[in-house]
Write a protein that binds this ligand. Structure first.
Ligand code: HEM
Length: 283
């Protein structure tokens, strides 16, 4: 008979696998899986509602990680320690890639599948994703009108408000340019952070100087390219969202009250780092 007792005395029937977790931290405990896996509550009998719920929850989890990383990147840029910011932003871009791939899973749902449970959604809509709005604000796309759908949740509203009022990743990057000696006026580096960043010729001139001599400004150059990566992936996410929505609901209005695909198409015009895109035309 095989010896089933591991060297440390625990019961290990095969391959040294532990089987007694009384009083010990286990996989499910550590990950809070009981709560996580009990959080899917389809409201209809439609088979595809489970897919719809899980895809949204998975994206919200990834967004939680993005927020964690972008906040750390903001702090790193603030302190001028760019190495950790690069690492964090590279991770954000890999997460974005996963989120874009996830549209392929949702695209297996046909218009009829979606319509079979659409009434269950009521007026719930991505407009009420506070994490999505938080990411937009953290990157620099401030728009206080988008706070409205979160007014009914005091804690979330306060968190968003604090993010709206603080300098974004782009604001901090521009302030870093100023600390590195680029000539940037007060209206750019000490502005009302609640307002969206408006393209400014001095900011474009500073980034252009960085791109004109990468050897001299290598870390700023790398920061700029990391920002462009994040925006590039963000736009690809928006585009795949828009096309997936068109594929599933055509030109119907959204559950959040917008025109639907028309609104999502316009959202593609919103840019986070306008000068970094504009300078490319002039190089
Ligand atoms: C069948 C699938 C989906 C449909 C039909 C759909 C439809 C829409 C529509 C029509 C809008 C515009 C606002 C409105 O009127 O509701 C919207 C916004 C939004 N959706 Fe979706 N969506 C789907 C899946 C997803 C998924 C999986 C996510 C992932 C989190 C998501 C996140 C968002 C966000 C964040 C917005 C706000 C975008 C902005 O304001 O720029 N949607 N969606």
């Amino acid at each position: 008979m095989a010896d089933t007792t591991a060297h440390d005395g625990t019961d290990a029937p095969e391959h040294g696998i532990r089987t007694d977790f009384k009083g010990r931290m286990s996989y499910g405990d550590y990950l809070g899986l009981d709560r996580l896996l009990a959080a899917q509550h389809p409201l209809s009998d439609a088979h595809d509602e489970m897919l719809f719920i899980i895809i949204h929850q998975a994206k919200e989890l990834w967004m939680k990680l993005m927020i964690h990383e972008i906040r750390a990147a903001i702090a790193a840029v603030q302190s001028g320690d760019l190495g950790p910011a690069f690492k964090g932003l590279a991770r954000v871009s890999r997460v974005q890639e996963q989120m874009i791939k996830a549209w392929d899973v949702l695209s297996t749902m046909t218009p009829a599948d979606y319509l079979s449970f659409r009434p269950s959604l009521g007026e719930s809509s991505g407009f009420q994703s506070f994490q999505y709005r938080m990411i937009e604000f953290l990157l620099g796309a401030k728009d206080r009108r988008m706070m409205g759908p979160h007014r009914h949740r005091a804690a979330v509203f306060a968190d968003l408000q604090a993010t709206l009022e603080a300098p974004s990743l782009y604001d901090e990057s521009i302030r870093l340019l100023a600390r590195r000696g680029f000539d940037l006026p007060a209206e750019v580096i000490e502005r009302d952070w609640r307002e969206p960043h408006r393209p400014h010729p001095a900011v474009k001139a500073a980034w252009r100087a960085v791109y004109a001599d990468p050897q001299r400004h290598w870390d700023l150059y790398e920061l700029a390219e990391k920002l462009v990566d994040v925006e590039d992936w963000f736009q690809q996410w928006r585009f795949r969202h828009m096309k997936t929505v068109e594929r599933i609901i055509g030109r119907r209005r959204g559950t959040g009250g917008s025109s639907g695909v028309g609104y999502l198409q316009k959202a593609l015009d919103r840019t986070f780092f306008p000068e970094l895109w504009a300078l490319r035309t002039e190089m």
